[in-house]
Design a protein around this ligand. Structure first.
Ligand SMILES: Cc1cc2nc3c(=O)[nH]c(=O)nc-3n(C[C@H](O)[C@H](O)[C@H](O)COP(=O)(O)OP(=O)(O)OC[C@H]3O[C@@H](n4cnc5c(N)ncnc54)[C@H](O)[C@@H]3O)c2cc1C
Length: 637
C-alpha cells in the first residue's frame, strides 16, 4: 500500500498557502451542522477545541483529568520556539526549519517542518493576544533564550512555567466557548474505543471515570490530541496519567502507527533515587544556557564537587563540541552523559549522574539574575533533593521524556482512517528521530490553532457523510467490547498489582530498548513482553467494581495497552537498520559515538498496520524525499 502524504506541489515556501487556498471551505452558516469530537485538552486539544468552536462547529471535548487545565502540557517548563528574530542574531523561518529537520536527523517530512516554522510566529502573536505573560526585555519586546541544537536565541518563555501559562491561555479560549454553548466539556471521561461507520471515524466510546458508565458519542469527525506514551517506561518525566490507550485502540481500528520506537531521552532530569519512585523530574534544558555540565576527570573521584578544582574537571560537552558546547541537542547530550558514567566517572550515590553547575554563571551575572531566570526550577530541585543548587551543582541524568512516534498522519493531520485527525504529541509528525527543545509546544499549538481548522473543513466539505447517531449498531458493538474488557480485568483477581507489571515492563524497555539499543537485547525483550502480557492477564489484581470511581481499573486498562504496544515498539526498533537521533542502535555508530544513519535504505517513516490480535502487523514505508536540504552527517562540533 502506498501511503499518500498529500504534500502539495510547488516551492516549499508556498506549499501551505497554496494548500489552504485549494482546500474546500464550508460557509459559516453550515459549520453549525457539523459535530466534532476532540479527545484531549492539552495544548493541542484545547487550542483545537477553542478554534473549531470559534469557527462555528459543535465541539465535544473529552479528557481524563478533573479539569482541562490538568493536561500534561501544564508541566512544560522551558519554552516555545519561534523565528521572530527579536535578538537580531541571525534567525529566520528557514533557519528554524533547517535546525529542526537536522535536529530530527532528517527523518521528518520537509513540508511539515517548513510549515511548522512558518506558523511559529503566528503562535506567539496569538498567545500574547490571549495574555500569556511571556518574559520581556527592558524595552518591552519579548525575551528569548537558547535551547539545544540552535545557535540563535529563539525560545520564548514564562520563567520555568511556559506550558502552564500557554495552557491557561488556551484553556481561557476553550472555556469561553463552553460558556458560549459551542463546546460541551466531558472531564473525567476516558476514550476506550473509536467507532467507524462506512470506513469513516464517526465517534468514540468512553467510560465516565466517576460513575463507571460506558457511553457512546457520535460526530462527523474525531480529533485525537491525547499526548505521548513515554509513560510506558514507568519512570519518565511525564505525568502519571500518560498513556497510549486512545491511539492504540485507533490503531486496532485501522489507523497506522508511525515510528513507534522513536523515544526521546532528556539529558537533564533529577536522577533515579529509589526502587519505589513513580516519576522522574525534568530540569529544563534552558538551564544549559548558563549551567555547565561536567564530571571529574578521574574515575571514582568521590570528593564533594566544590572540592574538585577546575584542572580536575572534565567539561566534556564543551571539550567535544566547541561550537554548541552545553547546548548540543538532547540525544547527543544524553549519550555523552551515559558514556562518562559507563566509564566510572559518574557522580552521586549511584554513579549515574553528572553535574550541572551554575558556579561560573553566578560569579559572572550575580545570584539575582540567575534567580530571575530559573528561580522556580532551582526551588523545585531543592525541594526534591534537599540540596541548594546556588551553592552545590545540580546532579542530573538522562530520562525518558517525549515520544516522536505516534499515529501516522498526512499533511492534513489525518490518519489512515478518514475523518480521524491526530494532533500534538499523539501524532508522529514534524520531529523526525529527535525533537529539539521547545518545539513540542510549538507543534501542538500549530496543529490546534492553525492547521486543523483549515484541514478539517476541507475534509468535511469534500466528504459525503450519512446521518449517524449513537444508536447505530457500530456503537453498540464497540460498547459491548469495552464492557467485556473491563469485566475481564476485574475477574482475574490475581496476586500482582497493576503497578508491579508496569514497573517490570518499564525496566525491561529501559534496559533493552532505551537510550541505546542492540539487537540481542531487543530480541530478548521481544520474547519477554508476550510472557509478561500473558502473566498480566492471568495474575493481575484489580479490586472494586466497574460501576464506580476505580483508579486501579483505569490504570489496568492502560497497562494492558502498554503491554501490547511495547512489542510494536521493539519490532520497530529492530526493523530500522541504522541509528538516527534518539534511535541509537549500537551496531550503527560513527567513531565518535554519534548516530550513523543509512540514507540509502532507511530514509523513511516506518508505519505499521494492525492485522488482528496475535498476528504480525504489516510494515509500510513512507519514503522521505528531500528537495530543499542536503542530508549530511549531523555535527555539532
Ligand atoms: C516535564 C516536561 C517538560 C516539558 N517542557 C517542554 C518545553 O519546555 N517545551 C516544549 O516544547 N515541550 C516541552 N515538553 C513536551 C510537551 O510538554 C508535550 O509534548 C506537550 O505538552 C504535549 O501536548 P499535547 O496537547 O499533545 O498532549 P497533553 O498535554 O499530554 O494532553 C493530553 C490530553 O489527552 C487526554 N487524554 C489522554 N488519553 C485520553 C483518553 N484515552 N481519553 C480521554 N482523554 C485522554 C488527557 O486528559 C490530556 O487532556 C515537556 C514535557 C515534559 C514531560
Amino acid at each position: 500500500m502506498q501511503l499518500d502524504s498529500k504534500v502539495p506541489a510547488g516551492p516549499l515556501e508556498k506549499k501551505w498557502d497554496r494548500h489552504r487556498f485549494e482546500l474546500k471551505l464550508i460557509n459559516p452558516a453550515n459549520k453549525r451542522k457539523f459535530d466534532i469530537i476532540v479527545v484531549g485538552t492539552g495544548l493541542a486539544g484545547a487550542s483545537a477545541s477553542a478554534t473549531l468552536a470559534e469557527l462555528g462547529y459543535n465541539v465535544k471535548t473529552f479528557c481524563i483529568q478533573d479539569s482541562p487545565r490538568r493536561a500534561h502540557s501544564i508541566a512544560a517548563q522551558g519554552g516555545i520556539n519561534a523565528a521572530k528574530n527579536y535578538p537580531g542574531d541571525g534567525d529566520s523561518i528557514w533557519r528554524l526549519f533547517y535546525d529542526t529537520i537536522k535536529g530530527g536527523d532528517f527523518r521528518a517530512r520537509e513540508a511539515n517542518v517548513y510549515r511548522l516554522a512558518q506558523i511559529s510566529n503566528h503562535i506567539i502573536d496569538q498567545c500574547v493576544a490571549q495574555g500569556v505573560p511571556f518574559a520581556r526585555e527592558y524595552g518591552g519586546l519579548l525575551a528569548n533564550r537558547s535551547f539545544g541544537g540552535a545557535q540563535v536565541s529563539r525560545t520564548f518563555y514564562a520563567r520555568g512555567q511556559t506550558g502552564q501559562q500557554l495552557l491557561l491561555g488556551a484553556y481561557g479560549a476553550l472555556m469561553r466557548q463552553v460558556h458560549a454553548g459551542k463546546v460541551q466539556l466531558f472531564p473525567r471521561h476516558e476514550m476506550l474505543d473509536l467507532v467507524l461507520v462506512d470506513g469513516n471515524a464517526r465517534g468514540i466510546v468512553t467510560r465516565d471515570l466517576i460513575s463507571g458508565r460506558v457511553e457512546s458519542h457520535a460526530a462527523h469527525a474525531v480529533v485525537l490530541a491525547t499526548g505521548g506514551y513515554g509513560n510506558i517506561y514507568f519512570l519518565s518525566t511525564n505525568g502519571n496519567s500518560g498513556n497510549v490507550t486512545a491511539t492504540w485502540r485507533a490503531y486496532k481500528k485501522g489507523a497506522f502507527f508511525a515510528n513507534p520506537s522513536f523515544v526521546q531521552i532528556h539529558p537533564t532530569c533529577i536522577p533515579v533515587h529509589g526502587t519505589y519512585q513513580s516519576k522522574l523530574t525534568l530540569m529544563s534544558e534552558s538551564l544549559r544556557n548558563d549551567g555547565r555540565v561536567w564530571v571529574p576527570k578521574n574515575p571514582g573521584d568521590k570528593r564533594a564537587p566544590n572540592d574538585i578544582p577546575d584542572s580536575e574537571r572534565d567539561y566534556y560537552l564543551e571539550r567535544k563540541y566547541p561550537s554548541f558546547g552545553n547546548l548540543v541537542p538532547r540525544d547527543v547530550a544524553s549519550r555523552n552523559a551515559k558514556a562518562v558514567c559507563d566509564e566510572g566517572r559518574g557522580v552521586g550515590p549511584t554513579g549515574y549522574a553528572v553535574y550541572l553547575d551554575f558556579r561560573d554563571a553566578i560569579k559572572r551575572d550575580g545570584r539575582e539574575v540567575i534567580r530571575k531566570k530559573y528561580g522556580n526550577l532551582f526551588q523545585m530541585y531543592e525541594r526534591i533533593t534537599g540540596e541548594d543548587p546556588y551553592e552545590t551543582p545540580m546532579m542530573i541524568y538522562p530520562a525518558v521524556h517525549y515520544v516522536m512516534g505516534g499515529l501516522w498522519v498526512d499533511y492534513n493531520l489525518m490518519s489512515t482512517i478518514p475523518g480521524l485527525f491526530v494532533l500534538g504529541e499523539a501524532n508522529f509528525s514534524d520531529h523526525g528521530a529527535n525533537r529539539l527543545g521547545a518545539s513540542a509546544l510549538m507543534q501542538g499549538l500549530a496543529d490546534g490553532y492553525f492547521i486543523i481548522p483549515y484541514t478539517i473543513g476541507g475534509y468535511l466539505a469534500g466528504t459525503l457523510l450519512s446521518d449517524v447517531k449513537e444508536d447505530h449498531p457500530a456503537f453498540k458493538e464497540a460498547e459491548k467490547a469495552v464492557a467485556e474488557k473491563i469485566s475481564r480485568l476485574l475477574s482475574i483477581k490475581g496476586r500482582r498489582t497493576v503497578n508491579d507489571f508496569h514497573r517490570e515492563l518499564g525496566r525491561l524497555l529501559w534496559n533493552n530498548c532505551g537510550m541505546s539499543r542492540n539487537d540481542a537485547d531487543m530480541q530478548e525483550a521481544k520474547k519477554k513482553i508476550p510472557q509478561l502480557r500473558e502473566e498480566f492477564w492471568e495474575n493481575v489484581t484489580v479490586p472494586g467494581t466497574p460501576g464506580e470511581f476505580n483508579q486501579v481499573l483505569e490504570k489496568a486498562g492502560r497497562v494492558a495497552d502498554f503491554l501490547e504496544f511495547a512489542e510494536l515498539m521493539v519490532e520497530d526498533a529492530l526493523q530500522r537498520r541504522e541509528s538516527c537521533g534518539c534511535h541509537f542502535n549500537e551496531a550503527y555508530q560513527t567513531e565518535d559515538n554519534e548516530a550513523l544513519r543509512n540514507d540509502e535504505t532507511c530514509c523513511y517513516v516506518s508505519t505499521w498496520q494492525f492485522n488482528g490480535d496475535g498476528k504480525e502487523p504489516t510494515f509500510h514505508e513512507e519514503p522521505l524525499v528531500f528537495e530543499n536540504v542536503e542530508l549530511i552527517q549531523r555535527s555539532y562540533k
